[in-house]
Design a binder for this molecule. Structure first.
Ligand code: 13P
Length: 277
């Protein structure tokens, strides 16, 4: 009996169980009051599903009040950014050690941080490290620009950004890291106003496979099968299922649509309904 029990436990522990993850990145939107009202509405309608983790990433100011409002079974919190040093004379910054206990996740290396605030590999890697040493799971965002895509550099860019962000991450720590593929040209942030496109599920599948391939190369097969890979870029209630169904994709990093309760609730339901891959 004991042997049988052990066998079962071993075979379960070998199965890569990747819980789906839906992250709402509110970016620099909503005041503290608006955030609180919005969370109040979401809390009434977002269903708790055992197979889906729902994470809200409000503006830094709203993290504390929202944390007092939410039920952690229903929502977890993410910071949209953090500073890599733990404390000191860094006017205007918020450190991972200050966020510790308040958030479960932190978005690191978002393309808006890379392109508007000129964050580069070294800083992004330090932020990944800061998150990990403070018990915060980094959601490392990577993705190519329209120009890089047109020049056929997508795979190289993903490779460089992964390597840049993960240098110094140990295999043990890797189990805490989430990777988000966000092609810069597909984001709804206005940067692509004249030339907005969406990747096909096949494009996303290729990117997810390149990401897992690189993680396999760096950390081995187990890590590459265990890591959660998200897609982000103009996702909404209508297209969420098609991206969630992509082989190798475990969830979505949602921007604009996460500010609309109907869209966001529907996206969470899509994650629950999507067939197990
Ligand atoms: P959109 O969903 O608005 O394109 O934003 C995606 C994103 O940047 C999430 O981090």
């Amino acid at each position: 009996m004991e042997k049988y029990g052990k066998l079962v436990i071993e075979s379960i522990s070998e199965m890569p169980s990747r819980k789906k993850l839906i992250v709402g990145n509110w970016k620099m939107n909503l005041t503290i009051h608006e955030a609180s009202v919005y969370v109040h509405h979401l809390a009434q309608k977002v269903q708790v599903h055992r197979d889906v983790e729902v994470v809200l990433a409000p503006t830094m100011l709203a993290l504390q009040p929202v944390s007092l409002q939410i039920e952690r079974r229903q929502f977890k919190l993410a910071a949209q950014n953090l500073y890599w040093r733990d404390h000191g004379a860094y006017t205007g910054e918020v450190s991972a050690s200050q966020l510790r206990g308040l958030v479960d996740y932190a978005i690191v290396g978002h393309s808006e941080r890379r392109h508007i605030f000129h964050e580069h590999h070294k800083e992004i890697r330090s932020k990944v490290q800061a998150a990990l040493r403070n018990n915060i799971k980094p959601i490392l965002c990577i993705g190519e620009t329209a120009h890089e895509r047109a020049s056929g550099e997508t795979k190289d860019v993903l490779h460089d950004q992964l390597l840049g962000g993960l240098a110094n991450v140990t295999s043990d720590e890797m189990s805490e890291v989430v990777v988000a593929y966000e092609p810069v040209w597909a984001l709804s942030n206005g940067a692509n106003f004249h030339d907005h496109k969406m990747p096909t599920p096949d494009d996303v599948k290729r990117a997810a496979s390149a990401i897992r391939g690189q993680i396999k190369h760096l950390y081995g097969e187990k890590a590459s099968e265990a890591v959660r890979v998200l897609y982000g870029g103009s996702t909404n209630a209508s297209n969420a299922s098609s991206f969630l169904a992509v082989d190798g994709i475990d969830g979505l990093l949602v921007g604009g649509a996460s500010l609309n309760q109907h869209e966001f609730i529907s996206i969470v339901e899509s994650a629950h309904e999507v067939d197990d891959k």
